[in-house]
Design a protein around this ligand. Structure first.
Ligand code: NDP
Length: 295
């Protein structure tokens, strides 16, 4: 299969690496050096524009920060729509916006190109292990076409509904992750200040009903040992929670908890910058309280 992959970022690169074997893979990245480095390490070939990528691909995958960047590489002479052939399939693995995806799908449909939103969950470790969950928004026929290629990096591939439904699912998932990071951070810092050592607090929490993915995996592996590799930028989590609050607003659902989490994450992003990791939001809770969740 001739596959094209656009966006070799923290999660895009390990996803694309699984597509080298068994496919004729072309990759494009805004910063070309990154595409050359990918090809040296994994194989495939680098192309110079989204248009060239689209000319090559029967199936084209995008994995950019948000729908805005995806819309930014659609046209203008060197864009995907400038090169794509009728009958191709575009899968957007960006954690994007449902409304934008419906617009994008309509533009591809004009060229007889099928489109699905197919955001992923499972982090960079999950991508490396080809163990991602993929949440697909598309018609049923497009989903069937997408599954074999998504299998390269996805362990669980779920059809969520029409175009946009995958992005809505992903945004809500990450909104819950955001709420949980803040809540676990506040809870553990409170316990440290109350005199309970953080490792003990975590041990008991994880044997009790307040436990979660954050307390069972993220805090023990990254916060307790004070290691902050940038695997998922805080800016991207902030974007996801905003998408979730928009989805809720469109459904006239009031979400005071999500709104507050969104406000706090936006403030953390403003303070820590665009390159901070998402778990670093916990540092701000610690700084305010003057206590650390450390082992
Ligand atoms: P990164 O910030 O690491 O990478 C972003 C990629 O998009 C890079 O290839 C970057 O190119 C490219 N890019 C940025 N701006 C533009 C632009 N204007 N035009 C074209 N290309 C652009 O992001 P991630 O790989 O972490 O995330 C990608 C998507 O996957 C996001 O939607 C994110 O929310 C989602 N996601 C991420 C997870 C993670 O653990 N990291 C987990 C699950 C989902 P360049 O190299 O030139 O900067």
């Amino acid at each position: 299969m001739r596959v094209g992959f656009a966006g070799l970022g923290a999660i895009g690169a390990p996803m694309a690496a699984h597509l080298v074997s068994g496919n004729d893979l072309a990759v494009w990245n805004r910063t070309g050096d990154r595409a050359e480095a990918f090809v040296r390490e994994h194989g495939g070939r680098a192309v110079g524009s989204p248009r060239e990528l689209a000319e090559h691909a029967e199936i084209l995958i995008t994995c950019l920060p948000s729908s805005r960047e995806v819309e930014g590489i659609l046209d203008g002479g060197e864009g995907i729509l400038d090169g794509i052939r009728p009958g191709s399939l575009v899968l957007d693995c960006t954690s994007g916006d449902p409304g934008a995806s419906r617009r994008i799908a309509a533009r591809f449909a004009e060229r007889q190109v099928a489109f699905a939103d197919a955001p992923v969950s499972g982090g960079t470790d999950g991508a490396a292990a080809a163990a991602l969950t993929v949440m697909v928004g598309s018609d049923a026929e497009t989903f069937e076409r997408a599954v074999p290629v998504l299998r390269a990096f996805g362990r669980r591939i779920e059809h969520m509904g029409p175009v946009g439904a995958g992005h809505a699912m992903k945004a809500v998932n990450n909104a819950l992750l955001g709420v949980n990071i803040l809540a676990v951070g506040e809870g553990l810092v409170s316990l440290v200040k109350a005199g309970v050592p953080a490792p003990k607090a975590l041990e008991v929490l994880n044997a009790s009903s307040g436990r979660s993915f954050v307390s069972e995996k993220l805090v023990p592996e990254r916060v307790l040992p004070r290691t902050w590799p940038v695997t998922f930028r805080l800016a991207l989590l902030d974007k996801d929670v905003r998408i979730a609050t928009n989805v809720a607003e469109q459904g006239q659902v009031q979400t005071p908890v999500l709104n507050l989490a969104s406000e706090l994450l936006a403030a953390a992003r403003a303070q820590l910058g665009e390159e901070a990791d998402y778990l670093e939001a916990i540092k701000l809770i610690e700084a305010q309280a003057g206590a650390e969740i450390a082992s």
